[in-house]
Design a binder for this molecule. Structure first.
Ligand code: BES
Ligand code: MN
Ligand code: ZN
Length: 500
């Protein structure tokens, strides 16, 4: 899908589908018409006014009317979309554009010209609207069916033109459309990896995908460490998780050099458990298939790097993906086993299902080698986070207030929101072990926080934030599927590193 922005006359614009909006009511309860509405209305001989009077066109959010071969317009179709209220917040605008994208991608059209005139988003400019529109259209074009006989087809929609009445700010609009497109491509890469089953998306598969990605860009390189190399580094905590499986573990390292070599990089660390059976502390059977999504942290790193190389951002970024499968077996790690992490600290593994932190702690120690500006890890780490925040916010925990605030801001800007939880030392005490420096679990209470406290013991040398995406990375139920979150958040976070 290609995007552009133009200043044009909507009435004479040749397009398969012209989109205009009917804006919602203002405080004094009148429906305010945009210039776009008024000019289309008079060109069509008052058709819009008549349809509105009859109640066929409503201004409520999500309602729409499609008019074929509208008289008086050069467009083949006219789609009128209700925007709800006149002034929207970020989430409402995302709902609106997602809805629009769903409708447009189902029509038998090749191109569309969209005018969002009259829509205001509180605190956001037209360029922001353009980015989110492009992102929603790109995301609506995601298709996952490598395994179904009946072919679903990609949308025929290939060209989107965002129209405005003046030439002012067109360049910025185009830039933001391209950024939105890049984010959508990153989201879709991440979703595809998440949706692939565990028998295909193995640690080796993730490593191959990372290598392929690195080939696409001269400033991106990738190296993959095997188990022997990890053993030499002393990553016995990570390796304890892979003991029960036949699948070899991989440590994937991506390096993007978008600016001077000496500039400190942002490091993204993504949990890549390609299937989490729980190991010897076996999970119950219900919904265990969803543990193929336990590599969504890794997928979000690969998705973010996809957006990064498409936009050529001028900063240095390192991606680290510890990739393993967590299985029971004759050689599997047992509850009570004690391992020594790369940091030298010892861990009593009281529950082999708390495996994410065991691979992340060694990856986080490894991250220190890059003298990072900051480190953000992304992990489907705890079921407790799903209980605390549901599917709306990603859990955020950090040892640095400025870094946490930057992530909160990026969440607000992208609509891919986070909510911060405390990392107080009182919680950390729950990790006490009688036999090692720490246990890998901290009891039932505050499970998301004690998991983060565990990681915090390995991140003392740098500014660090942890994103628990257990509730946000995929949808369960009838619409089961990966969401691609938090690629929008991470991409915005990287963009903000340059501008701030
Ligand atoms: N991958 C799971 C976390 C998870 C569970 C995410 C369900 C989304 C839905 C993680 O490895 C895990 O099993 N965590 C345990 C930790 C516990 C043993 C301390 C959990 O949350 O139950
Ligand atoms: Mn687990
Ligand atoms: Zn897990």
């Amino acid at each position: 899908m290609d995007f552009t922005a133009v200043a044009c006359n909507l009435l004479t614009k040749k397009t398969d589908c012209l989109v205009i909006t009917l804006n919602g009511r203002t405080e004094n309860n009148t429906v305010q018409k945009s210039n776009a509405w008024n000019s289309v209305d008079s060109a069509t001989g008052g058709l819009l006014s008549r349809l509105q009077k009859k109640g066929d066109i409503k201004e409520t959010l999500g309602s729409s009317v499609l008019i074929n071969e509208p008289k008086g317009l050069a467009a083949t179709r006219l789609l009128i979309l209700g925007s709800g209220t006149k002034i929207l917040d970020e989430q409402l605008f995302l709902t609106l554009t997602k809805n629009l994208a769903g409708k447009l991608t189902k029509l038998p059209i090749k191109n569309s010209c969209i005018s969002l005139e009259g829509i205001e988003v509180d605190g956001r400019d037209n360029a922001w609207q353009a980015q989110q529109l492009a992102r929603q259209l790109g995301e609506a074009n995601y298709l996952f069916n490598p395994f179904k006989a009946k072919d679903k087809k990609f949308s025929s929609l290939k060209q989107i033109t965002l129209a405005q009445s003046s030439r002012k700010g067109l360049e910025q609009l185009k830039q933001q459309l391209n950024l939105g497109k890049a984010v959508a491509n990153g989201v879709n890469v991440s979703r595809e990896l998440g949706d692939l089953p565990g028998n295909i998306c193995t640690p080796s598969y993730l490593a191959i995908q990372a290598k392929k990605l690195a080939k696409k860009h001269p400033r991106l390189s990738c190296k993959v460490l095997d188990e022997k190399q990890m053993k030499a580094l002393g990553m016995h905590s990570l390796l304890s998780v892979t003991a029960g499986t036949e699948q070899p573990a991989k440590l994937i390292v991506l390096e993007y050099t978008g600016t001077k070599k000496g500039d400190k990089p942002v490091v993204l660390v993504g949990k890549g458990v390609t299937f989490d059976s729980g190991g010897i502390s076996l999970k119950p059977g219900a919904a265990m298939d969803e543990m193929k999504y336990d590599m969504c942290g890794a997928a979000s790193v690969l998705g973010t790097f996809t957006a990064l190389i498409e936009t050529n951002l001028a900063l240095n970024v390192v991606g680290i993906i510890p990739a393993v499968e967590n299985m029971p077996g004759g050689k599997a790690t047992k509850p009570g086993d004690i391992v020594k992490s790369m940091s030298g600290q010892t861990i009593e593994i009281l529950n082999t299902d708390a495996e994410g932190r065991l691979i992340l702690c060694d990856a986080l120690t490894y991250a220190g080698r890059f003298k990072p500006k900051s480190v953000v890890d992304i992990a489907t780490l705890t079921g407790a986070c799903v209980m605390a925040l549901g599917s709306h916010a990603t859990g955020l925990l950090s040892n640095n207030d400025a870094l946490a605030a930057t992530l909160e801001t990026a969440g607000q800007t992208s609509g891919d929101r986070v909510w911060r939880l405390p990392l107080w030392k009182e919680y950390d005490k729950q990790l006490k072990s009688n036999f090692a420096d720490m246990a890998n679990i901290g009891g039932r209470a505050a499970g998301t926080i004690t998991a983060a406290c565990f990681l915090g013991r390995f991140t003392k040398d740098y500014h660090w934030a942890h994103l628990d995406i257990a509730g946000t990375a995929w949808n369960s139920g009838a619409n089961k599927g990966a969401t691609g979150r938090p690629v929008p958040l991470l991409t915005q976070f990287l963009v903000d590193q340059i501008t701030s």
